[in-house]
Design a binder for this molecule. Structure first.
Ligand code: GTP
Length: 582
């Protein structure tokens, strides 16, 4: 296939608007998969996706289609690159789009334009892709395609006469989709006579074949047996297998300019396959292709083993879990100031903490990741502090505008834009501190809007902020692992909630425990837990010795799961509960 007969495109959509169903129908229409056979939604390959019903990792499939083009029947090779639509995965979307010249923008005929429709439209628009608007689910009783056409016109200046109307469920209108893709999307622009440049789109580990990379051939051609080299690392490889995804791997021995396919090249781990890297023939000098935006972290999690000796096992498990996914990054942190239980043990900062940029003095400046690294007294050397922000897009039915504005204000959001998409839907743009949205913002937004809000965000700059270190003290001793960073306006509430939670979750011990929250030397909240030994034998009436022994053994087991700070034992639940306060 010369590149003039190739079309590379993605389907982009807000979550649940029918992208995977439409992709499946196109695969069926072209005979790539058999109708009604195999797994429903072929492109949702990963098990996690099927379990959770959302597309996580982009998958790609090649289809063949005959179309009357410029007066004669012509065979086309179409590469459909599936993209995730969920709020957490726009990194995957942008890397998929890098291999495309066009995108089908799918919008639900009843729900209309939603937050990820906006985000995905701009990703495609900024990548200069030909955008084909598709209003899907027109079979629904509540479908209102004319209203959605008007939204697409007012939001994105998309011409109503260019909009396709489909039902991926009933098949209505599907026959127009591939012809529109062929007619409106330009062929890939690469040069077949130039030296090979291929873009590494994705990689995964296959038990039998080893590391399999998805690639797009931008210029030149690749043959089985070729020696290739990574522009990023300089490492060389020999291509032992090359082919297309149809949708299973089909070896072709060759990939030509404009094609998308897979290669196997003896990479030992997916870590070597850098997504966005340019691969070229060894001994050729090429200009590397522009890479992708690095992965933005959307889900944050701190993990530590209950028992320090399990650290290696945990580390190993995390490595296995993440080795297949370049968008996951793992940082190890350690704290030695935690008293016996935590000594020499690595754990992530606690509670959840986001990097902030900080000036400690005119000489000292840097990124701080662990609250424990900050000086306690704000007046002491701390000159200024910046925190990361995001630009949030929120689309909601008009009646929820008031409560969403209050929520955003409470989360320190600054409103940048507020308009109406049509008479029923409002569109808002906010700048918000990242720390305010990672903890439960999305859930709260959904709950105050009865599930109708749609939300998306992108990283933005750091902004100066009144952040303080909040220390937790047990009997006067600060507990590193419980130190947190709070905004000045929230310190009193967060301090109070933290000490109350701790009081609830720490068992009474042989001595009195004073729990305090403090900013520098100023205590802002305090609780006292009076002394008492928890008598596990209290419930035993008779004199059954074995029963008593069992209970005492159980108590000992329970103690193993405690962390000892100074002389105070802290149960694990206390740590877990603290994570919920923000
Ligand atoms: P993610 O993979 O989670 O991003 O969602 P998606 O956009 O791929 O949506 P998916 O194809 O999984 O469809 C979501 C739901 O809408 C499924 O229950 C589909 O059966 C249903 N659906 C898809 N297309 C149509 C349609 O044309 N009409 C109707 N009535 N339902 C549809």
């Amino acid at each position: 296939y010369p590149s003039d007969n190739i079309r590379n495109f993605s389907i982009i959509a807000h979550v649940d608007h029918g992208k995977s169903t439409l992709a499946d129908r196109l695969l069926e229409l072209t005979g790539t998969i058999r109708k009604g056979h195999g797994q429903p939604q072929y492109l949702d390959k990963l098990q996690v996706e099927r379990e959770r019903g959302i597309t996580v990792k982009a998958q790609t499939a090649t289809m063949f289609h005959r179309h009357k083009f410029l007066g004669s029947d012509t065979d086309f090779l179409l590469n459909l690159i599936d993209t995730p639509g969920h709020v957490d995965f726009s990194y995957e979307v942008s890397r998929s789009l890098a291999a495309c010249q066009g995108a089908l923008l799918v919008v639900d005929a009843a729900q209309g334009v939603q937050a990820q429709t906006v985000a995905n439209f701009y990703l495609a628009f900024e990548s200069n892709l030909a955008i084909i608007p598709v209003i899907n689910k027109i079979d629904q009783p509540t479908a209102d395609p004319d209203r959605v056409k008007a939204q697409l016109k007012s939001m994105f200046d998309l011409n109503p006469s260019d909009v396709l109307l489909t039902s991926a469920k009933t098949g209505l209108g599907l026959e127009q989709v591939l012809p529109a893709a062929i007619e409106r999307i330009p062929p890939p622009p690469g040069k077949s006579t130039s030296p090979l440049r291929m873009l590494l789109l994705d990689s995964y580990y296959d038990e039998y074949k080893g590391v399999i990379c998805h690639v797009a051939i931008v210029d030149g051609a690749l043959h089985k047996g070729d020696k290739i080299c990574s522009a990023a690392t300089g490492q060389s490889y020999e291509v032992s297998d090359v082919g297309i995804m149809h949708p299973e791997l089909v070896a072709t021995g060759i990939l030509l300019t404009g094609q998308v396919g897979y290669i196997v090249s003896g990479m030992r781990s997916t870590k070597e396959a850098r997504v966005g890297d340019t691969l070229h023939h060894t001994r050729t000098v090429i200009q590397p292709l522009p890479g992708f935006k690095p992965a933005k972290h959307m889900v944050f999690s701190g993990l530590y083993p209950a028992d320090g000796s399990d650290f290696e096992a945990l580390n190993h498990a995390i490595e296995r879990l993440t080795c297949n996914d370049a968008s996951v990054s793992v940082t190890k942190e350690s704290s030695t100031a935690l008293g016996l239980g935590f000594r020499n043990m690595e754990h992530t900062s606690f509670p959840l903490f986001l990097q902030c940029h900080i000036f400690l003095s005119t000489q000292m400046e840097g990124m701080v990741q662990n609250p424990a690294a900050l000086p306690s007294n704000p007046k002491n050397r701390l000159i200024a502090c910046w925190e990361p922000t995001v630009l949030a897009t929120i689309i909601i039915p008009s009646e929820y505008v008031g409560s969403v504005i209050s929520l955003c204000a409470e989360r320190r959001g600054e409103q940048l834009e507020y308009s109406f998409i049509d008479s029923q839907r409002a569109f808002m743009k906010y700048r918000m501190p990242l720390r305010e949205i990672v903890v439960d913002f999305y859930n709260e937004l959904k709950s105050i809007t009865s599930g109708y809000a749609s939300f998306d965000y992108e990283d933005s700059e750091y902004q100066a902020s009144d952040l303080l270190k909040l220390d937790i003290l047990l009997n006067g001793q600060p507990v590193d692992a419980m130190a947190t960073i709070v905004h000045k306006s929230k310190a009193p509430r967060v301090g109070r909630e933290l000490v109350e939670k701790l009081k609830k979750f720490i068992d009474r011990q042989m001595f009195e425990i004073i729990i305090q929250a403090a900013i520098g030397s100023k205590v802002i909240a305090r609780e006292t837990l009076s002394a008492m030994r928890k008598n596990v034998l209290a419930k035993c009436y008779g004199g059954d010795v074995t029963r008593k022994r069992k209970l005492l053994e159980k108590q000992k087991e329970g103690k193993k799961r405690m962390k000892r700070v100074g002389s105070v034992d802290i149960p694990q639940e206390a740590f877990h509960e603290l994570l919920k306060v923000s």
